[in-house]
Design a protein around this ligand. Structure first.
Ligand SMILES: O=P(O)(O)OC[C@H]1O[C@H](O[C@H]2O[C@H](CO)[C@@H](O)[C@H](O)[C@H]2O)[C@H](O)[C@@H](O)[C@@H]1O
Length: 805
């Protein structure tokens, strides 16, 4: 409205994907009644034109508003003032037309008919005649047949050198080579409507497609007005603003795009004006300095831990929700699918009830690459910082820092200035007086001293809610329980304590419509450094690294423990390759402000992997050696000083069920022991008896008995079902599995190892000591990881550049 002050607005609208949703059948792309009445209403006040790829007749049929100007065939068929008079059959009246490609009429018709014929055997193909251009749709064609469609179109073009090809949303369009497009059509209409004066008129163009870019470009380059892109995903665009999809409230909210990253920067004016409404009573407002900050991490804690928010009330009065929310849970449970978690945060107004005194809510989701200058929540002083859960998961060394809440109250805030709004590049941006900009979603608020704390059960190092008097509570006294989950979104009952970011997690994120991590992946795919790389292999590897790190960065805000990042398993036999990869990942983590002490790097336990771990640990980089299936690997990993050693209990047992001939497995079975449990026990004893620093993690734990048998091991990754069952079972004295600590330093001291087992492991001794179980399981594990890494790259290859679908 500010830009339009003292100017007349002119509105230009594309049809498909802008006024109507994209659907499979182009004939059923209908615009809603509410959209029609919105357009009708707009046309009452502003000259309004439709600029569509469809034929003018078709688009008029679909919209049916006579008060608009229509340009069909991508602007090659304009009906407007100052055009040539002719009779319009549809409207049954004399109209004025401008048709710069008139001479191509019969050629297009011919091409249309040939294409109908040539594609008739391709199931799902649809050809449309738009008078001055023709479209071949492949939205409903099996992907394997897309090349056939492309071939048909290319064959035609060979015969018609005066026609050219453009690409729309799952549609190939053939049109005359003339220098005419939607941008020219806008220019033409501005002139013919006599609203061509830059100083008096502000044109606004809303469109979703590549063909609309010509119009965005014209408005931007001529400094005329504003393009608004309708797109749910970030795209390279010349538009200034974006809307997610046609259902977004047009003419109410458009979100400024970051001119560099082409991402949506929420417009806070609306949010702030709502906050201002409450200001008189609650002292909330944009002038209040941000005294204390709450990051997405802290906020997610509120999401996952209901007890933490028992005294919180939330008010949100976003018009889109058409509802006033007075309760946090109700707000969280809103099923409005159009709002992502982040968007909900943006619209949130927190309100003090008993514990929270909020001075300022300042929300922004700027995705810039700049270093953040806003303090992290860890910078808060002890009084004001929301306490983290329990004793901080497997990321922290409880012995050295039992409370793990550094006193930093003496430190001055890193960014004492008030942020201020500035108009930059035609977009409103929040920045500090030194020009720096924050890069995380941040909520500023002030916390009281009495912020409620949830305590993990007695002495436990676990931060999950174990349930009082339950078996889970008993086990958690001795081992840290890490819930086994892939995506944390549905993780209400057992909030994550530590996390692994892997190819399989990336596949999970990409496979789900809306997770809080999706943005991290989208950002990776929009990364300009990676996009620049011409070699597709390097580009995809760059995207994967970025995606892993971006998701890892989000996880680091979410979990109190360490985030373990999977190192590409294709490097499993290349020590220096692994080291290089870890250095690259660390550098990226550093760029987004995640310190090395919050990180582990997950490396397969090949000899080369173990060697890489040794060298990395000597640099102070924490490693997590996985796929340990034999004592030789475990002992070599401990000697290398790996921070975490991971053994898959159930996988070894499964192998033993169907195979024989592995001396280590056979020996355990002969002793009447489970071979997986036996390996965990022996490794624990070795680490403790000989004073290695490694922590031992037991994974692939299948049932409660598995857990009971290794109580005392440092970490147990347990399936949610098992956790639930443990939580629901009350402990009874004399229980079959009385909660004796099975693994302890005392027991370890009494354990005897053979001379061979105490060797200084090297490549040769490791290779000869690894039995068939370890060899096969390691190979199987590597295959799985390699396969997933490839699938991620394939997927990224398909969705980059961002699809115009
Ligand atoms: O410029 P527009 O008004 O956006 O028209 C562009 C094309 O829109 C139509 O195709 C698109 O929408 C269809 C219906 O939702 C969808 O099935 C198709 O995949 C999209 O490409 C129209 O059918 C095309 O001829 C237009 O060129």
């Amino acid at each position: 409205m500010k830009k339009a002050k003292n100017k007349r607005i002119a509105i230009f609208l594309d049809y498909d994907g802008t006024l109507s949703p994209i659907v499979d059948d182009p004939d059923r792309a209908l615009m809603s009644d509410s959209m029609r009445s919105a357009v009708k209403n707009v046309a009452k006040y502003f000259p309004t034109a439709i600029i569509s790829g469809r034929s003018r007749d078709k688009v008029f049929d679909l919209i049916g508003l006579t008060e608009l100007y229509y340009a069909g065939s991508h602007g090659m068929d304009i009906m407007g003032p100052n055009c040539v008079k002719s009779i319009d059959n549809k409207q049954d009246k004399e109209v004025k037309l401008f048709q710069p490609a008139k001479e191509f009429l019969s050629m297009i018709d011919e091409v249309f008919r040939t294409l109908v014929e040539n594609t008739k055997a391709i199931e799902g193909a649809k050809v449309e005649n738009h008078k001055f251009c023709t479209s071949v749709h492949y939205r409903n064609v099996e992907e394997t047949n897309w090349p056939l469609i492309a071939q048909c179109v290319h064959d035609i073009l060979k015969d018609y050198p005066r026609l050219r090809l453009t690409h729309g949303r799952k549609v190939l369009e053939i049109r005359p080579v003339i220098d005419w497009n939607k941008g020219k059509a806008v220019e033409f209409l501005l002139e013919s409507l006599d609203i061509n004066n830059k100083d008096d008129v502000l044109p606004i163009y809303i469109g979703d497609d590549r063909t609309d870019e010509d119009a965005f470009k014209f408005l931007r380059e001529e400094n005329r007005g504003y393009g608004i892109l309708v797109s749910p995903v970030p795209k390279e665009t010349k538009a200034f603003y974006s809307l997610k999809d046609p259902s977004e409230a047009y003419f109410n909210t458009a979100i400024p795009l970051d001119p560099v990253l082409r991402r949506r920067i929420p417009d806070f004016r609306q949010a702030l004006s709502r906050i201002r409404e409450q200001r008189s009573t609650e002292n909330i407002g944009q002038d209040t300095p941000p005294e204390y900050l709450m990051t997405l991490y802290d906020f997610t804690i509120l999401k996952f831990i209901p007890e933490r928010r028992s005294n919180l009330t939330v008010r949100s009065s976003f018009h889109g929700l058409r509802k006033r929310i007075d309760n946090f849970d109700e707000w969280l449970n809103l099923t409005d699918e159009t709002l992502s978690w982040n968007e909900k945060l943006l619209l949130l107004g927190l309100h003090k009830e008993k514990f929270l005194k909020i001075n300022l809510i300042l929300l922004f989701a700027n995705q810039g690459n700049e270093q953040t200058n806003m303090p992290e929540s860890s910078d808060m002083n002890e009084e004001t910082r929301p306490p983290r859960l329990g004793n901080h998961g497997f990321s922290h060394d409880n012995e050295r820092n039992p409370r793990n809440q550094p006193r930093i109250s003496d430190l001055p805030p890193r960014h004492p200035q008030r942020p201020s709004w500035a108009d930059r590049d035609n977009g409103r941006r929040l920045s500090f007086s030194d020009g720096s900009r924050p890069s995380n979603l941040v909520i500023c608020y002030k916390l009281p001293k009495q912020f409620p704390v949830i305590r993990a059960s007695s002495g436990s190092s676990s931060s999950i809610d174990t349930g009082s008097g339950s078996e889970l509570e008993a086990i958690s006294t001795f081992s840290e329980i890490v819930p086994d989950t892939v995506i944390f979104d549905d993780f209400e009952k057992f909030p994550p304590t530590a996390a692994t970011v892997s190819s399989s997690l990336l596949l999970g994120i990409c496979g789900l419509p809306d997770t809080i991590f999706r943005n991290a992946v989208d950002m990776a795919l929009a990364d300009s450094e990676c996009c620049k790389l011409e070699n597709s292999e390097l580009r995809l590897s760059c995207f994967s690294n970025k995606a892993l790190v971006n998701v890892g960065g989000d996880l680091a805000k979410l979990v109190p423990g360490r985030v373990s990042t999977e190192v590409d398993a294709r490097l499993a036999y290349d020590t220096h390759g692994i080291i290089r990869k870890v250095h690259d990942l660390l550098k990226l983590y550093n760029e987004i402000g995640v310190p090395p002490e919050r990180l582990l790097f997950k490396i397969p336990s090949t000899w080369q992997g173990i060697e890489a771990a040794r060298l990395l640990e000597s640099e102070g980089i924490q490693t997590h050696l996985t796929f340990v299936y034999s004592f030789a690997q475990a002992a070599a990993a401990a000697q290398a000083g790996a921070s975490v050693i991971q053994i898959f209990v159930g996988r070894i047992r499964d192998w033993a069920r169907n195979h024989s001939g592995d001396p280590e497995v056979d020996a355990a079975l002969k002793r009447g022991e489970d071979p997986g449990i036996a390996l965990v026990t022996k490794t624990y004893n070795y680490i403790h008896k000989y004073g290695h620093k490694s922590k031992l993690m037991a994974a692939a734990v299948r049932n409660k008995q598995d857990l009971f048998s290794i109580v005392g091991v440092d970490y147990i990754i347990a399936p949610l079902k098992v956790l639930q069952s443990l939580k629901e079972s009350a402990t009874t004295p004399g229980d079959k599995y009385s909660f004796v600590r099975r693994l302890s330093p005392e027991n370890a001291a009494r354990y005897s190892f053979s001379k061979e087992e105490l060797t200084k492991w090297d490549q040769l001794s490791l290779a000869s000591a690894m039995g068939p179980a370890a060899v096969e399981l390691l190979a199987r594990g590597l295959d799985g990881y390699v396969n997933q890494a490839r699938r991620v790259e394939e997927l990224f290859g398909k969705i980059w550049p961002p699809p115009n679908v």
